[in-house]
Design a protein around this ligand. Structure first.
Ligand code: HAM
Length: 416
């Protein structure tokens, strides 16, 4: 039997309602903050991500689904949205000078990672990007939107970790200090951290290796390297969170896995998720537009991993119920199939959920099905009913006693 690709999951009818619920909560909250939906293609020219996310990141270096198409072009299944969205915004001139543009998205993304609980090769994100405000007010607003969605889906217990990477200069100064510190201890570092020390030293701060963590405990503090402007932006964000009652923890080692960030970075974590405990993350990315050939456009945003949000809801037993049962099942003599569908269509036109038998089975088998599907009513059609232009409505509740004739002439109602 052919199986799905490892790490790519079918969304079965049982969980379709949960996905619809997530979409509805995300859409409603986004619109409340003035965001509009944007959908970019599933694939892009590879350079959108290699230039946007950064050659030295794990995403670009190890995790992209990249192939050469029949025209010889290198294309990549999108591993994240932000770079693709910025490409689309530049191409379609969606940011007007002097005004803020707010965009949201919801859809599948692809990363070649080792699948495990909460880590897939095709996963889904909701994200929001606030474009063209250089001010930390925008950082605060996106955090409020994120909180509204987290609470809106029913999650109360989680952690918001926040840090600042500062601007380019303060980050470069910090990087130099960190490299000096780590070089002096290189022989004790894990192989992965030694490699990162060469390619992307800030990512060493992310190491999960016990010995690395011990060494990092004494590493230089990124917040001490912020220049005045970077420090006052960070203070503004933190003070606003305090005033607005948003709980947070400063995590000086939070650097995130994408190269486009500057200033504020943050992540949402949930203890119930195990090792893949981050269910969302984001930050400011003031340089990305220029990197992708656009005008300087400061921006900030975040994305949630929706499978991880569903895992949290499952643990809380808070996922919505599946598809509703039909209001009625049409139990029809084969000879009157078309009349049966006429009746069904009339009822559907009135807003009811009505299901017909398509297998030419006995009356008894059809009644059994109506019961199994949990339908409240059977709509019975035989020679008599067809001749009189209506149907027999049978109430399936209470052992299915009551029945009466309903004519199609009036607006037929499914009522006991
Ligand atoms: P990210 O942290 O790479 O950020 O991904 C955001 C979220 O997507 C993660 O917190 C996680 O919940 C989920 N996620 C990532 N990889 C997987 C996977 N393999 N399986 C399941 N879930 C996964 C970004 O993608 C940025 N574009 C966020 C952003 C928007 N920054 C600014 N604007």
């Amino acid at each position: 039997m052919i199986q799905a690709i490892r790490g790519a999951k079918d969304i079965l009818p049982d969980s379709a309602a949960s996905w619809q619920f997530l979409y509805d909560v995300c859409k409603k909250a986004s619109e409340q903050y003035g965001y509009s939906e944007l959908r970019t293609p599933i694939f892009e020219k590879t350079e959108v991500f290699s230039r946007g996310v950064g050659e030295e990141t794990d995403i670009v270096g190890k995790e992209m689904y990249t192939f050469t198409d029949r025209g010889g072009e290198s294309v990549t299944l999108r591993p994240e949205a932000t770079a693709a969205l910025v490409r689309a915004v530049i191409q379609n001139s969606l940011v007007q000078e002097g005004s803020v543009s707010r965009l949201w998205y919801f859809g599948p993304f692809f990363r070649y990672e080792r699948p495990q609980k909460g880590r897939l090769r095709q996963f889904h994100q909701y994200g929001a990007e606030c474009l063209n405000s250089p001010n930390p007010e925008a950082d605060v607003e996106t955090l409020l939107l994120a909180k509204r969605i987290i609470n809106g889906v029913g999650i109360d217990s989680y952690k918001l970790l926040i840090n600042s990477l500062g601007n380019g200069e303060s980050r470069a100064a910090y990087r130099a200090a960190l490299v000096d510190y780590l070089r002096a201890r290189e022989s004790s570092l894990s192989g992965e951290s030694v490699r990162r020390l060469e390619t992307n030293p800030l990512r060493v701060l992310d190491s999960k290796d016990a010995k690395d963590i011990e060494i990092l405990a004494e590493a230089p503090d990124i917040l001490k390297y912020l220049d005045e402007d970077s420090r006052s932006r960070f203070d503004f964000v933190i003070n606003s969170l305090e005033k607005l009652g948003l709980q947070y923890e400063i995590d000086k080692r939070l650097v995130r896995g994408l190269d486009y960030y500057s200033h504020t970075v943050f992540e949402f974590r949930s203890a119930g998720l195990g090792s893949q405990d981050s269910f969302g993350g984001g930050g400011r990315y003031d340089g990305l537009f220029e990197q992708l050939g656009g005008k300087p456009t400061p921006a900030v945003g975040f994305a949630f991993g929706l499978e991880r949000i569903l895992l949290i809801l499952e643990a809380l037993s808070a996922t919505p119920a599946g598809a509703p049962s039909p209001d009625a099942v049409v139990v029809c003599d084969d000879a009157y199939f078309a009349f049966g569908e006429l009746v069904a269509e009339k009822l559907r036109g009135g807003g009811y959920r009505v299901v017909s038998d398509l297998r030419r089975r006995s009356f008894k088998a059809q009644m059994r099905d109506a019961n199994r599907m949990g339908a409240r009513f059977a709509v019975i059609i035989g020679e008599d009913e067809a001749a009189k232009g209506g149907f027999t409505l049978k109430d399936m509740l209470n052992g299915g006693g009551e029945q009466r004739f309903v004519s199609l002439k009036d607006d037929p109602k499914l009522e006991a």
